[in-house]
Design a protein around this ligand. Structure first.
Ligand SMILES: C[S@@+](CC[C@H](N)C(=O)[O-])C[C@H]1O[C@@H](n2cnc3c(N)ncnc32)[C@H](O)[C@@H]1O
Length: 256
């Protein structure tokens, strides 16, 4: 296990469930998903999720970190890629215990349990001291939190000054042409393909994702998000639109 002294497991036997005001929805959505998550995330993103992940991890790997926090780590796909592409020890945090349990199995199967440690916790309230990590990644998180600006401040808080913070998220394409295709894919193909490949739970996810992404960017447009990163104390913010604008990889450096 990771010997990071600043890291403690937030769940002890008998402790109350980890959740905030708005966390129950995400927990209920993700709890039935972990067994098929990795395969279906690739299929339903038409193979793009892996590309986006590699781009995000590349931004962090370039800074040669020793200790990285991966928030919303899920089944540990990002955490394991970080371990493979850097010399860092990695701590993964996720709200949903079922995702973390599967993630731990993946970590063990990859022989990385000496370098990667997963804990249950909330991105909004991380159980770590200020300036603990050399770098931080977070994936598909801000659509599930009540207050994205406050969550960004929390992510920046635990990152050391000069450390890279990198994010992967869905995005709505800018071009009207590609947006129409994206809309058709997310509103029709995604629910049907979700049901066909993963049953009722993946139908729910497939039906939820498109409207959720649209609603998120109506409320928090990309320009707002970039400002929120800066307000959280992150400088040199880079924005990379991926796959015709359906994906977003962003990174910046903690001011200090
Ligand atoms: C789409 S999955 C992404 C998993 C992984 N990062 C990946 O790319 O494969 C999103 C994850 O965010 C987690 N999550 C949602 N809200 C969260 C929160 N407030 N704090 C921490 N994790 C959260 C969910 O439990 C879920 O595992």
């Amino acid at each position: 296990m990771c010997d990071c002294r600043k890291v403690r497991d937030v769940r002890t036997p008998g402790a109350p469930p980890v959740e905030g005001r708005d966390n129950r929805f995400a927990q209920e959505l993700f709890s039935p998903l972990p067994e098929r998550y990795d395969r279906l995330a690739e299929w339903l993103s038409l193979g793009q999720n892996g590309r986006w992940r590699r781009a995000m991890v590349g931004a962090v790997a370039a800074s040669d970190p020793q200790l990285v926090l991966d928030v919303a780590t899920g089944t540990a796909g990002v955490a394991l890629e970080l371990a493979a592409r850097t010399g860092a020890r990695v701590v993964g945090v996720d709200l949903t215990e079922a995702m973390v349990r599967t993630g731990r199995r993946h970590v063990e199967a990859a022989g990385q349990d000496g370098r990667v440690r997963l804990v249950v916790g909330r991105g909004e309230q991380l159980p770590f001291e200020r300036d603990s990590f050399d770098a931080l990644t977070f994936t598909y998180l801000l659509r599930y939190v009540d207050d994205p600006a406050a969550t960004l401040r929390e992510l920046a808080r635990v990152t050391k000054p000069g450390g890279v913070v990198a994010n992967l998220e869905f995005l709505v394409p800018d071009s009207a042409w590609w947006r129409a295709w994206w809309w058709a894919y997310t509103r029709t193909v995604l629910p049907v393909a979700g049901a066909a490949t993963g049953g009722r739970e993946w139908f729910t996810v497939g039906r939820f994702l498109g409207p959720n992404i649209s609603a998120h960017y109506r409320r928090y447009p990309l320009a707002w998000t970039i400002d929120a990163w800066r307000a959280a104390g992150l400088d040199d913010v880079v924005v990379r639109r991926m796959s015709l604008g359906g994906g977003l990889v962003m990174w910046g450096t903690k001011r200090g």
